[in-house]
Design a protein around this ligand. Sequence first.
Ligand code: ATP
Ligand code: MG
Length: 332
Amino acid sequence: NDTRLSLLTPSGHLTLGNYLGALRPMAAAQDAATCFYGISDLHAMTTTHDPARLRALTGEFRTLVLAAGIDPGRATVFQQSRVPAHTELAYLLECTTYVGELNRMIQFKEKRRTAGGVISGTRTSLYTYPVLMAADILLYRPTHVPVGDDQRQHVELARDVAQRFNLAYGPVFTVPEITVPPVGARLMDLADPARKMSKSAEADAAGVVRLLDDPDLVRRKIARAVTDSDTGPAAVRFDRTAKPGVSNLLELVAACTGTTVEDAAEGVPTYGALKKVATDAVLAVLEPLQRRYAELAADPGQVEEVFEAGSARCREVTAPVLAAARAAIGLS
Ligand code: ATP
Ligand code: MG
């Protein structure tokens, strides 16, 4: 039986990209695997953060996870900071990881650069983030970890650390295989199709559709989407190189309606018509999601309870793994 772990970091409002690329597949996997779906609030504090915003985003994520169709009867939903085993194991793994390994992490080098590149203004947690991520993974003893390219190096580190720990102290962890997830939609920014749509984009980003955007705002964002800068005829066809904007809209339609990009282009004569089709497709996805969100948000105590119950279950599930690691490393 497969165990699946997915984490969402509350670093910004969830986008349509997060839904198509993460939340929807998470909901679809519920019956095929034992699923643990967490909100990784600890990972949202590695760069400058505002406590009130973190609290609000975490509440919003809890509600959106359920609104997206993740069913606490079939998947375990939890909040990372409520399962202390994550941070406790991270410390044991810090005693198994070398500074040289963390120095090599590409994401650290990149994020430090965007933080001004000054080491004195870089949080220690940004540096040790891959170790906490290794703990997130190894605690659940998964056999496979599906990751995209940007997280691959971190999972490789988790594998190295697990192997080293097992060799030095005894067989505590399973060493997970890295699998490439089936190519899902990778939605690009509507205003800049060379850039991925991201939740951590600026609040007023014109090309980022957020799951809780008002339908009128969604209409305006799609209406203003970049189509083409090529000099050829304004034809609607899929060609990521020559027509990145049009192709992104076609992928958006295909992902929302469950068709192919070719079918999505069929019978759509103009860019204007394509934007109309895209708007309808996106709103058909967002409207029911927003309706469920509003229903759930009317009773935040209930949503909170669901996540507390799931977190309690994770505390139980992870306890034997943590206990084995503690004993092996020499803690009594
Ligand atoms: P950040 O800017 O904070 O990195 P993000 O939007 O890139 O935010 P992540 O937390 O990096 O989101 O990823 C959460 C999940 O959403 C991952 O499974 C990732 O593959 C998926 N995802 C993120 N952006 C997109 C996108 N534009 N299209 C499809 N899937 C996406
Ligand atoms: Mg990202």
